[in-house]
Ligand binder design. Sequence first.
Ligand code: ZN
Ligand code: ZN
Length: 430
Amino acid sequence: MRKNKNLLGKWAFVNGTIYDPFKKTNIDGSILIEDGIIAAVGDIDISDAQQIDCSGQIVTSGFIDIHAHFRVPGREDKETLETGAMSAMAGGFTRVCVMPNTDPPLDTPEAIRFIKDKAESVPIQIYPIGAITIAQEGMEIAEYGEMVKEGAVALSDDGLPVENGQVLRLALEYSSMYGVPVINHAEDIPLRNGGLMNESALSTRLGLDGNPDISESVMIFRDLEIAEFVSGRIHIPHVSTKKSVDIIRQYKGKGVNVTAEVTPHHIGLTENNLINFDTNAKVAPPLRTDSDRKALIQGLKDGTITCIATDHAPHTIEDKEKDMKHAPCGMIGLESAFALSNTILQADGFSLEDVIGWLTAGPASVLEWDINAFEVGAPAEITIIDDSSTWKMSTEHIYSKSKNSPMIGMEFKGEIIMTICGDVAFGKVD
Ligand SMILES: [Zn+2]
Ligand SMILES: [Zn+2]
C-alpha cells in the first residue's frame, strides 16, 4: 500500500545510485532536500537531516507524461486532478500534460487557466494542452496565443483527428508563432470504418470489425506533408504501426520538425490481448501485430520515436462492461507505464537508463523543456526505482479513479518505490 508522506524539514536520500537522465551521468553521494526544495547534491553533509535509505535503488529525475486524460472538467466520475496526481506519483511521474477533450473542451484561455489554478492544489505539475479547434469540432482554430500565455504547452484535438487538411495547415502555421507543437490524433475516420480492433486474420476470426494500419499511416503521411510544406512543428501521438514508423523516419530524415511518442501498451501488448474480448484492451489506435510492436521498439532505438507517453484514459466500470462495439476506447496507464516498458525493453536488450530516458529526457525534448535535474533551489522532482523487484499488478496498485487496465495480473520487473514532488512523497513510505 502506497501512502503520502510529508517531507517538511531536512531529508536526505542516501545510499542510492543517483542517475541524471538529462546528462546521462551518475552522481556519487546523496540528495538533500529542505522543505521540498533541493538543497544540495553529491558528497554533502547530511548529519542534521532525516535519512531515507535508498540502498540498491536508483534515484532519478521524476518522469514526464506528455499524454494523459484526467477528465476534468466534466467527467470527474472517471478521474480528478487529485486521483490523477496520485496515479501519476504511483507510477513515478512528477509532470503530466493533460489532453483537452474534456466536457467542455479546453479550447479557451479561461479553460486553460481553470486547469492551472485547480492544479495548484495537487503535488505534481499539471500542464494543460489546448484544443486545436473550437469545441474540438475540427473547423475553426482556437485562440492559441492567449491559451499559450495561460499555460497551454501544446495543441491537440486528441480523441479525434483534425480531418480537414486546411485546418491542420492553419494550426501548424499559427502554433509556430507561439512555439508549441501540434499533436494530431492520427486516424482517418472513414478508413477506420468503425473498426473495433486491428484489421487482420484475427479480427476476421473474432468477428470484430477491423481498423487497418493504413488508417493511421495515411493520416501521418498527410500531416507530415503539411508540416513540411509550412515548416510546422508536429508531434505524432501513440504511434502504433510499422508503416507509420517508416513514414516518420523518412520525414525526420528530410529535416521535418517532427517528434513522436509510443505508449507502453503498444510496445507491450498486441492484438492477441483482444482474444478474450477484453474491452480494457480496446484502445485507439488499436493494439497491433507483433511485427508492428517490434517496429515501434526499433523506432525508439534509432530515435525515430522520441519518447514513451501513457495515453492514460480512465473509464468507468459501467462503460467498460459494455460489449466490444459499445465500450469506449482507452486504458489507464500511469501506474504500469514504467514497469511494463521496463519489462519489455530490458527483455529486448535495453538498459534501465534507456527506459528512464524515454520517460524523462525524451518527453522533455518534445516540449523543448530544458531541465536541469536535481538543480539546487528547485522543487524536488525525484523518482526512486527498485529495478530488481518483480511484482504482479493488481487493482491495489491502482490509484486512478478508474480501473480499466488489461495489465492487471501481469508480472513486471522494476518497481517505483517512491515519487517526490516538492515536500510530498508518495510510495512505499514508513
Ligand atoms: Zn489519441
Ligand atoms: Zn489520448
